[in-house]
Design a protein around this ligand. Structure first.
Ligand code: PLP
Length: 352
């Protein structure tokens, strides 16, 4: 909404803090207000008709658009260097909306095998009901992705990098080349990196999805999702699907997440510095059998992490002696760290 040239020149931290606001503040407010209104009045019947037809800009109804939600969409889309953002009720609403807007019965998807479990179940058990097939491969090996592509059938390659929970990375640029050569789009779940550390659209992806619940909100108090499209065509298609299926975000949720995103750079810098120390400590612990953190030189894709990410993030995966029993013992012994699912909040969580 601000001057385009000034926005283009902004660094990522400046974007996190300054982008996403009202074009014309109402009373000079610094923080974007919560527009807790389900509907918006039209100056006249003719204006209402013009807004519905798209001849006139202006708000109609919160499922279709709301100033607080739009502020968050503008902020995250700008950090991802995308064309436009579409906010959703949860991360899974973002992922399901992406699939529903871009895939048809008979289409084929190639996806990372160690995806976030719920995304895998969605593809395997739900989209399959509509005739959409998925082949899960180790996308960290581009050859596997190449071999899984079905000529004329594969419409999407779907990556998570780094993956939840195995911390495996995939080469986004190389995978984009493979997808595009076969006429498929490349979609990336960027939740584990956040746009502060990785911008898949700049590496050749067509669309990015997020669970905003994690680093972007960062306080373990709200769920939310975002789809950032790289082109206007994809953006319009996604927006249409979301308004029809209805998994929209609400204004208060958007406001909380917008407050969280302002400190994303500071939180993530500190969290990843702490994670590096913890990874080094774990590596030398006598009861730890292995540690997987992209910042450690022995991580299988440490070099790739250095190339395609601006930092190594704050998620660590490790194994302990005595297998399951040892793991349970660690889970039940933590004191400061909380035994809970999720990630990216200001506290540290652990999960088996
Ligand atoms: N993608 C990844 C990588 C996740 O870790 C999660 C949740 O843990 C999701 C998507 C789903 O997000 P949400 O729980 O906000 O629906």
């Amino acid at each position: 909404m601000k001057d385009k040239k000034a926005c283009d020149a902004m660094g990522k931290s400046t974007r996190a803090i300054h982008l996403g606001g009202l074009e014309n503040p109402i009373v000079g407010e610094v923080s974007v207000p919560i527009f807790q209104s389900s509907t918006f009045s039209f100056p006249s019947a003719q204006d209402g008709a013009a807004r519905f037809s798209g001849e006139q800009t202006g708000y109609i109804y919160t499922r279709l658009g709301n100033p607080t939600i739009n502020a968050l969409e503008e902020n995250v889309a700008s950090m991802e260097a995308g064309y436009g953002g579409t906010a959703t009720a949860t991360g899974m609403a973002a992922i399901s909306t992406l699939f529903l807007s871009t895939l048809n019965g008979g289409d084929h998807v190639v996806a990372t095998d160690s995806l976030y479990g719920t995304t895998r179940v969605l593809l395997e058990s739900e989209l399959s009901r509509f005739g959409i097939r998925t082949t899960f491969v180790d996308t960290s090996n581009p050859e596997d992705t190449l071999h899984a592509m079905e000529k004329g059938k594969t419409r999407m390659v779907y990556l998570e990098t780094p993956t939840n929970p195995t911390m495996i990375l995939t080469d986004i640029r190389r995978t984009g080349e493979i997808a595009h050569a076969q006429g498929a789009i490349l979609a990336v779940d960027n939740t584990f990196a956040s746009p502060y550390l990785q911008r898949p659209l700049q590496l050749g992806a067509d669309v990015v999805v997020h669970s905003l619940t994690k680093y972007i909100n960062g306080h373990s108090d709200v769920v939310g999702g975002m789809i950032v499209a790289g082109s206007s065509e994809l953006y319009k298609r996604i927006r249409r699907t979301l308004t029809l299926f209805g998994g929209t975000m609400d204004p208060h949720q958007a406001w909380l997440i917008l407050r969280g995103v302002r400190t994303l750079p500071l939180r993530l810098e500190k969290a990843q510095a702490n994670a590096m120390q913890l990874a080094v400590y774990l590596r030398s612990h006598p009861n730890v059998t292995w540690v997987r953190y992209p910042g450690l030189p022995e991580h299988p894709q440490h070099e790739l992490a250095k190339q395609q990410m601006d930092g190594f993030g704050a998620m660590i995966c490790f194994g302990v002696k005595s297998g399951l029993e040892g793991g349970i013992s660690v889970m039940n012994s933590v004191r400061l760290i909380t035994l809970a699912v999720s990630l990216g909040g200001v506290e540290s969580l652990i999960e088996h």
